[in-house]
Write a protein that binds this ligand. Structure first.
Ligand code: ATP
Length: 337
């Protein structure tokens, strides 16, 4: 029996997480879900978006399954997602984007894994105004040799373990010669230890253009925090939308699994949200827990449902009258059938 901290989150979070938990439980694995709160829901109840009990639960269980959390803009609130990643040193953010047979997109054969450095860069939380009148602001990007080395190592090991052939390090070292230069220099050094994997480096702006014009050339992409954030939404666009992309936040001994998308307040409470991203995050979590049989059962079932294209939410099929709950039921039925 595994114990996992379950944070349902804000907006569409509770509805998609309920479906994912229902499906994971039906896959045969035994998980003791320990409910914890974070985000707006926690703030309204306890006056803090990240209660101590939630941190203690993650610390104890070492694995968390989390719905999206709303970050209030401005008002002194830091992103809870960023805070969790830094607190538990979840340095590697793995975001796979692959075209599903049943999803309409103008692109073909896209299969890209973005590996985003998750604790440094421009998201280090070092931001302030330089003047009293708040007319000048400054953000500091922190890049360390150690942080760069471990994320690039992670990307090469991931490529080797999953039979992938190429790692692209994406950067802006031509302009940001120190921070991005350090990342690129370290990436080149690490690449020499992996002669069996092709290595290339690409500037971020060129990467964006090439990813749209010829996405098939990319395999594993490793990059710094903010570029990874942006590129993973770009890859979501290539494969059919944000509702499809899962994310794993991996540290030395703690891992947190979630969707790449946010709390989507525009569709919350309407039974419209696509649960696929969190279901696939659940698949990544099951593999992390060594429950490969259950992971395969869930993945095969969701693939079948999406390939058939009938019991899918309207983001995947505009004519669909099917909602989050019905799509979840269809995945459970596919697993049983
Ligand atoms: P947040 O502030 O929490 O980041 P957001 O609405 O700014 O929320 P996202 O939640 O990432 O950002 O959503 C961006 C758009 O993508 C929304 O308009 C939403 O409708 C759509 N979207 C996101 N997730 C899903 C999903 N699971 N199913 C369907 N549509 C989604």
């Amino acid at each position: 029996m595994h114990s996992v901290t379950l944070i349902k989150g804000d907006g569409i979070g509770p509805s998609i997480m309920d479906e994912a938990v229902k499906i994971i439980d039906a896959s045969g694995v035994k998980i003791n879900w320990q409910l914890a709160e974070a985000g707006m829901t926690a703030f309204e109840k306890y006056g803090t978006p990240l209660p101590e009990e939630t941190l203690a639960s993650i610390e104890k269980n070492r694995v968390a399954f989390k719905g999206p959390l709303t970050t209030l803009e401005g008002k002194g609130f830091r992103s809870i997602n960023v805070e969790l990643r830094q607190k538990f040193n979840l340095y590697s953010n793995v975001r796979p984007a692959k075209i599903w047979k049943g999803v309409q997109t103008p692109f073909k054969d896209v299969d890209i894994v973005i590996i985003r450095e998750n604790t440094e860069g421009l998201y280090s939380g070092l931001e302030h105004f330089l003047t009293r009148d708040k007319d000048i602001a400054e953000s500091l990007a922190i890049v360390t040799r150690k942080g760069s080395e471990r994320i690039v190592e992670y990307a090469f090991k991931y490529a080797r373990d999953t039979g992938r052939k190429k790692v692209t390090a994406c950067h802006k070292a031509n302009i940001l010669k120190y921070t991005q230069g350090l990342f690129l220099e370290t990436a080149k050094e690490v690449a020499e230890r992996y002669p069996d994997i092709t290595f290339e480096s690409k500037i971020i702006d060129a990467t964006c253009m090439h990813m749209v014009m010829n996405p098939q050339q990319f395999d594993v992409v490793v990059t710094t925090n903010m570029f990874g954030d942006i590129l993973s939404d770009l890859t979501a666009g290539l494969v059919g939308g944000l509702g499809l992309i899962p994310g794993a936040n991996i540290g030395e001994d703690i891992a947190l699994f979630e969707a790449v998308h946010g709390s989507a307040p525009d569709i919350a409470g309407k039974n419209l949200a696509n649960p696929t991203a969190v279901i696939m995050a659940g698949v990544m979590m099951l593999n992390h827990l060594g429950e490969h049989r259950s992971a395969n059962r869930v993945q095969t079932a969701i693939e079948k449902v999406i390939d058939e294209g009938v019991y899918v939410t309207p983001d995947l099929n505009p004519d669909s009258k099917v909602g989050t709950i019905e799509m979840g039921d269809a995945v459970v039925a596919a697993m049983r059938g």
